[in-house]
Write a protein that binds this ligand. Structure first.
Ligand code: ADP
Ligand code: MG
Length: 389
C-alpha cells in the first residue's frame, strides 16, 4: 500500500482541505473458480496492494474526482449525476456515488482523490478496491454506516449497473470484509462467511502469465450456458436442484448421459470445486497445508481438463512452480484463459521462488512474467492519521 501521507498532501495542495483517508485492498482467489454463479463457495484473500481514497467536503455542488494513477481530474454536478458510465476510469468511483444517490442519499459537493498500487487490469481487482474505498469514504462523509456485506453489494451494483461489467460479488466482498492473515470462505448463496487462518509463514506469490487469450469473453458465456444445461438436466429428476451448488457427483453418474459431453465436464468441475473449496477452508483451519496444496493441484487439473479454462502458458506456470522448493500449492486463479496463477509458498523461500519461477517461465515461453509476493491483509478501513504536520 502507498504511504497515505503522499495522498494526503496531494489532496491538500489540490483541494485546500484536510481529508479523511480510507484504504481498500485488491484480492486473490485461493480456490473456488466458476462456482459463484452456481451459488457455491469461493475462498479469496485480501492482499497488501490497496487503493487509498481521500475525501473532503466542498463549498459548492461539484463532485471532483482526481486519480493520481491517471493524473487526471473529472468534475460532475452532484445535483444531476449520470445514470451510466462513460467508459472512463471515473466510472468506478462515480458509479458508487450514483448508486448511493439512487438509494435516496442526498450527495453533497465533495472532493475525492485516489492513489492505488493494485496493478490495473491484472486480475487483482483494482476495480473493487476503487469502489470499496470510494464507498467507505462517501458513506463516512454522509455519516451513514452500511454493514460491510451491504457495502459490498452496493459496490457490485455500481460495477454491474453503472460501469456495465458483469462481475459477481466476490471481489467487492473480500475487499470490504477481508482480515489480515486470513482467507475468507464465502457462501455466494447467502453471503455468510467464515475466516480461515493463513499462517504468517506462508506467502501468496501471484504470477502473471502476461497473456489473456481473446477467446475469454465468448468462452465465459458458453461455459455458463453449459453449467446451466447440466443443472437443468439434474433438476428434471431432482426439482430441488436449482443450481449446481445443490448437485452431487452421484447426480452426474445417474443422469450425466442426458447431458452434452461438455455440460457433463463443466458440471463435474463446478460440483467437485465446491467440495474442494469447503475442504480447503477446513484444511487451513486445521493447519494442514499439505492437504491445501493437494486440493489446489486437484483444482487446477479440474479447471484445465474438465472446465477447459486454462491455457498453455498457465499450465506451464503451474508446472514450473511444482519443480521449485518451498511450494505448498499452485493453480490458475481468476476467470481463465490466462491471467495469474496463485502460489502458496513458504515465506522464507518466497524471494528465491519468485526469481526462479520468473526465470524458468521466461526461458520456457519467451515471456517475462510479473510476480508479486503478497500476504493476506485486512479489508477496507479508515486510515487513522499519525501525520506530522
Ligand atoms: P482489475 O479489477 O482486474 O484490476 P478491471 O478492468 O476490472 O481490472 O478494472 C480496472 C479499471 O479500474 C481501470 O482501468 C480503471 O478504470 C479503474 N481503476 C483501478 N484503479 C484505479 C485508480 N487508482 N484510479 C483510477 N481508476 C482506477
Ligand atoms: Mg475488476
Amino acid at each position: 500500500m502507498h504511504d497515505p501521507e503522499v495522498l494526503r498532501s496531494l489532496h491538500v495542495s489540490r483541494f485546500k482541505y484536510e481529508p479523511e483517508i480510507f484504504a481498500a485492498p485488491g484480492r486473490v482467489n485461493l480456490i473456488g473458480e466458476h462456482t459463484d454463479y452456481a451459488e457455491g463457495f469461493v475462498m479469496p484473500a485480501a492482499i497488501d496492494f490497496a487503493t487509498l481514497a481521500a475525501i473532503s467536503p466542498r463549498d459548492d455542488d461539484k463532485i471532483i474526482i482526481y486519480s493520481e494513477n491517471f493524473k487526471e481530474e473529472r468534475t460532475f454536478d452532484a445535483a444531476s449525476l449520470p445514470k451510466h458510465g462513460g467508459k472512463d476510469w471515473s466510472d468506478y468511483p462515480l458509479g458508487v456515488i450514483a448508486i448511493l444517490a439512487g438509494e435516496g442519499h442526498r450527495i453533497p459537493g465533495l472532493s475525492l482523490s485516489m492513489l492505488g498500487d493494485v496493478p490495473l487490469g491484472s486480475g487483482l481487482s483494482s476495480s473493487a478496491a476503487v469502489e470499496v474505498a470510494t464507498a467507505l469514504a462517501v458513506t463516512s462523509l454522509l455519516d451513514i454506516d452500511y454493514p460491510r456485506p451491504q457495502l459490498a453489494r452496493l459496490c457490485q451494483r455500481a460495477e454491474n449497473e453503472f460501469v456495465g461489467a458483469n462481475c459477481g460479488i466476490m471481489d467487492q466482498f473480500i475487499s470490504a470484509n477481508g482480515a489480515a492473515n486470513h482467507a475468507l470462505l464465502l457462501d455466494c448463496r447467502d453471503l455468510s462467511f467464515k475466516l480461515a487462518p493463513i499462517p504468517a509463514s506462508v506467502a501468496l506469490v501471484i504470477a502473471n502469465t502476461m497473456v489473456k487469450h481473446s477467446v475469454a469473453g465468448g468462452e465465459y458465456t458458453s461455459r455458463r450456458a453449459e453449467v446451466e444445461e447440466a443443472a437443468a438436466v439434474i433438476a428434471r429428476h431432482r426439482p430441488e436442484v436449482r443450481f449446481l451448488r445443490d448437485a452431487t457427483v452421484d447426480d452426474l453418474d445417474k443422469w450425466g448421459t442426458e447431458m452434452s459431453p461438455n455440460a457433463l465436464k463443466r458440471a463435474r468441475h463446478v460440483i467437485t470445486e465446491n467440495t474442494r473449496t469447503v475442504a480447503a477452508a477446513d484444511a487451513l483451519i486445521r493447519h494442514d497445508l499439505k492437504e491445501l496444496g493437494r486440493l489446489m493441484s486437484e483444482a487446477h487439473a479440474s479447471y484445465s481438463f474438465d472446465f477447459e479454462a486454462s491455457c498453455a502458458e498457465a499450465d506451464t506456470m503451474v508446472m514450473l512452480a511444482h519443480n521449485l522448493p518451498g511450494l505448498i500449492g499452485a493453480r490458475l486463479t481468476g476467470g481463465g484463459f490466462g491471467g495469474c496463477t496463485i502460489n502458496l509458498v513458504e515465506q522464507g523461500r518466497a524471494q528465491e521462488f519468485a526469481k526462479a519461477l520468473a526465470a524458468s517461465y521466461a526461458s520456457e515461453t519467451g515471456i517475462v512474467p510479473q510476480i508479486h509476493i503478497c500476504h493476506a491483509s485486512s479489508g477496507a478501513h479508515k486510515i487513522v492519521a499519525s501525520f506530522s504536520h
